[in-house]
Design a protein around this ligand. Structure first.
Ligand SMILES: NC(=O)c1ccc[n+]([C@@H]2O[C@H](COP(=O)([O-])OP(=O)(O)OC[C@H]3O[C@@H](n4cnc5c(N)ncnc54)[C@H](OP(=O)(O)O)[C@@H]3O)[C@@H](O)[C@H]2O)c1
Length: 398
């Protein structure tokens, strides 16, 4: 049976890779919905190639210009063009959609992902913020509607694969690996002077701007600890982080008998995307490799595998994320909102790289722990934390 797919964030880094995977597997998948922000050039090309039935963009103005552009080009197939969060939800819950690939920016795809889970669709989850801000809500809903959530994020995808080696009650620890980002060897003093363009250069992965910056502060790894907690129902103390600069071991699971099962592969998001879409099948890699790039690991690449513990004094964001997870309730949601404001301020050169954790810590101190029982609670918490963060930016960082 050919499965219908909706890609939230189709014009982004994960979204474009998903389109490539689906194009190489036309006998298995058909794109029904695409959603994007404002990159009409890429979206337009995807519409011509994949002929979706519904497309959503950020706002009404963009929806009008896309409609006009397609009309001028004489595009014939029927396509419904919608916009905003409501439009994304409509695309994600389209009756012909079986699987939603959630890869939109920040919390922009949260409502649509929630609606997809609510209507029992399978979700291939790349977006980290979904489980960071609403982990309890989404996973409880998924259990109720029997919606499968399959991780696309390479570390969680690796753990999902490693877990196939044993039973849940046999697991001792999950070990998330981290490349360490571009400042692995940078001194604390030098971190004070980091410029945005340096932080936006990731040593091993090509990704969108926010995740690249979060990788440089290690907040990305903190988000992943929170995600792993919700995906695999493991407590914070059983989720460890190891720096592994080669990004070959994507993560590991330690079982009670002392066996350590690792998943290794090249650093290419098409691999975890294809795994999540086809699970429980494993397909041959033919047809999806980028020109000149192998999707098989060579022995040469595996000659040297280094591991070390992260330095929490130089990278306090990882510790802040763990604290937020352990405090629970609204804290991870506030953490994400504060991080987004802090990262934006750094990119606009309003604060230093080392101010990012300082600002987040201030917001967490002002946030009270409350249970988030609905999406409305999540939005309230998100708004409040952003307001604290902006206020603190004005008062404490000028
Ligand atoms: N990149 C990776 O390798 C990777 C790996 C693991 C997890 N992730 C996670 O996956 C998510 C996406 O990452 P990415 O690197 O693919 O990000 P990205 O390249 O920045 O792409 C983000 C996507 O979201 C869309 N978008 C932005 N604002 C929007 C809005 N207001 N309304 C609707 N759509 C909007 C963008 O559309 P336009 O471009 O059209 O504006 C784009 O399609 C993040 O949560 C990230 O942490 C990424």
């Amino acid at each position: 049976m050919v499965k219908g797919v909706c890609i939230l964030g189709s014009t982004g880094s994960v979204g474009r890779n998903t389109c490539r995977v689906i194009q190489s597997l036309a006998d298995r998948f058909r794109v029904i919905g695409l959603t994007a922000g404002g990159n009409l050039r890429v979206l337009n090309r995807q519409i011509h190639q994949l002929q979706p039935k519904i497309v959503s963009v950020r706002d009404l103005k963009l929806a009008r210009s896309l409609r006009e552009r397609l009309r001028m080009e004489g595009y014939r197939p029927r396509v419904k063009i919608v916009f905003g969060s409501g439009g994304m939800s409509e695309a994600a819950t389209h009756p012909q959609v079986d699987t939603v690939v959630s890869a939109s920016h920040g919390v922009t795809g949260l409502e649509a992902t929630y609606r997809a889970v609510e209507s029992g669709k399978s979700v291939a989850l790349a977006n980290k913020e979904t489980l960071v801000v609403a982990g309890e809500l989404i996973t409880r809903l998924a259990r109720k509607t029997k919606s499968d959530i399959l991780p696309v994020d390479s570390e969680h995808n690796a753990i999902h694969q490693c877990l196939r080696a044993g039973r849940r009650e046999e697991v001792r620890n999950l070990i998330l690996t981290a490349s360490g980002g571009p400042f692995l060897k940078t001194s604390r003093r030098a971190l004070e002077r980091i410029r945005p363009e340096q932080a936006l250069r990731h040593p091993t992965w090509k990704m969108g701007g926010r995740i690249t910056l979060d990788s440089a502060t290690l907040m990305n790894k903190g988000f992943e600890v929170i995600e792993a907690h919700w995906l695999f129902r493991m407590p914070s103390e059983a989720i460890q982080v190891l720096i592994h600069p080669q990004s070959i071991v994507h993560s590991m699971v330690e079982f009670k008998d002392g066996s350590l099962i690792a998943q290794m592969g090249v650093a290419d998001m098409k691999l975890p995307i294809r795994y999540a879409l086809n699970y429980p099948d494993r397909l041959s890699i033919n047809g999806v490799a980028a020109k000149g790039a192998s999707q098989l690991l060579s022995w040469e690449q595996m000659k040297r595998l280094d591991f070390e513990l992260p330095d929490l004094r130089r990278f306090p964001c990882l510790g802040l994320a763990r604290e937020a997870l352990e405090s629970g309730g609204s804290m991870p949601c506030a953490l994400n909102a504060a991080d987004e404001v802090a990262v934006e301020a750094f990119l606009k050169r309003r604060v230093k790289f080392t101010d990012i954790p300082r600002l987040i810590q201030r917001v967490l101190r002002r946030t009270s722990v409350a249970r988030l029982r609905s999406l409305a609670d999540v939005w309230d918490c998100d708004r409040e934390a952003r307001a604290y963060a902006r206020e603190s930016l004005l008062n404490d960082f000028t």
